[in-house]
Write a protein that binds this ligand. Structure first.
Ligand SMILES: C[S@@+](CC[C@H](N)C(=O)[O-])C[C@H]1O[C@@H](n2cnc3c(N)ncnc32)[C@H](O)[C@@H]1O
Length: 249
């Protein structure tokens, strides 16, 4: 990895480690009070009903750009993998939908986030969830064992998005699906933004142009790749919800 990329990766880790420890916040709008964090969570698509059942330690680290489990059509008994699970919000919402016969695995590269998510699982007495420390470019998950992959505002942070999608393809069962909420751009961002580690950690600088992003998913082998929702975020930057399928054998 180049020195520049290593610096970006370390800055991303540090940012989310601080969010997990409660020593910083994702942005100025989310850090003031529990009510503003709840407001932020509602703004990105979580319902009152969904938030009501979650402890503050889950809601305070919400750092996504959508609500993937609301669109994922999860079914009882399914195995779900959450890429970049953070404090665990989407993993916990998924556990309720897949029930005791199902299972949810969250993977995150930031140790402090994984520790927090594990504590949150204990607090919530949820035992059909497991959080693993690992990188989404090299998933600690067996081949062909997952029914559905979800992810919320994480893949934009990866320095090798092609590898992330090929790893996602590897771990899915034939016919498995992916429902991702992520940030993309409409065109190229200026270089000074692209090279700023803080703008990477803010989920902006690493975002790919939408067309390139969708092509990388297809290149990994996925079919029926479809943007099912899109919201403008800031100028040139949007949040999209993408669904894609691994072909059946
Ligand atoms: C913007 S936060 C989103 C967290 C969570 N999905 C949510 O919606 O609240 C990004 C998370 O992805 C993790 N992350 C970033 N890059 C990663 C990578 N390459 N591999 C694994 N985790 C990564 C970070 O540690 C952080 O917890």
């Amino acid at each position: 990895m180049t020195k520049k990329n290593e610096k970006i990766k370390q800055h991303v880790k540090k940012t989310y480690a601080e969010l997990a420890k409660g020593t910083s916040c994702c942005d100025a709008t989310t850090c003031c009070s529990p009510s503003s964090r709840t407001l932020h969570a509602k703004m990105i698509g979580y319902s009152d009903e969904e938030l009501k059942g979650l402890p503050d330690s889950v809601v305070r680290t919400v750092a996504g750009c959508g609500n993937p489990t609301a669109l994922a059509d999860l079914r009882e008994g399914e195995v779900v993998l959450d890429l970049g699970s953070g404090g665990g919000i989407d993993a916990f919402l998924a556990t309720k939908k897949v029930g005791p016969k199902g299972k949810v695995i969250g993977v995150d590269m930031t140790e402090e986030m994984v520790q927090l998510a594990k504590k949150n699982a204990e607090r919530m007495k949820t035992d059909n969830v497991e959080f693993r420390l690992g990188e989404i470019e090299s998933l600690p998950v067996e081949n062909g064992t997952v029914d559905i992959i979800i992810s919320n505002c994480v893949i934009n942070l990866s320095l090798d998005k092609g590898k992330v999608f090929s790893e996602a393809f590897r771990v899915l069962k034939p016919g498995g699906r992916m429902l991702i909420s992520d940030i993309v751009t409409q065109g190229e961002l200026p270089n000074e933004i692209r090279e700023d580690p803080k703008m990477w950690a803010a989920c902006v600088a690493g975002a790919l142009d939408e067309t390139d992003y969708l092509q990388k998913i297809r290149n990994a082998g996925f079919e029926k790749v479809e943007v099912i929702a899109k919201n403008d975020f800031i100028k040139m930057v949007s949040s999209i919800k993408v669904r894609a399928y691994k072909p059946s054998d």
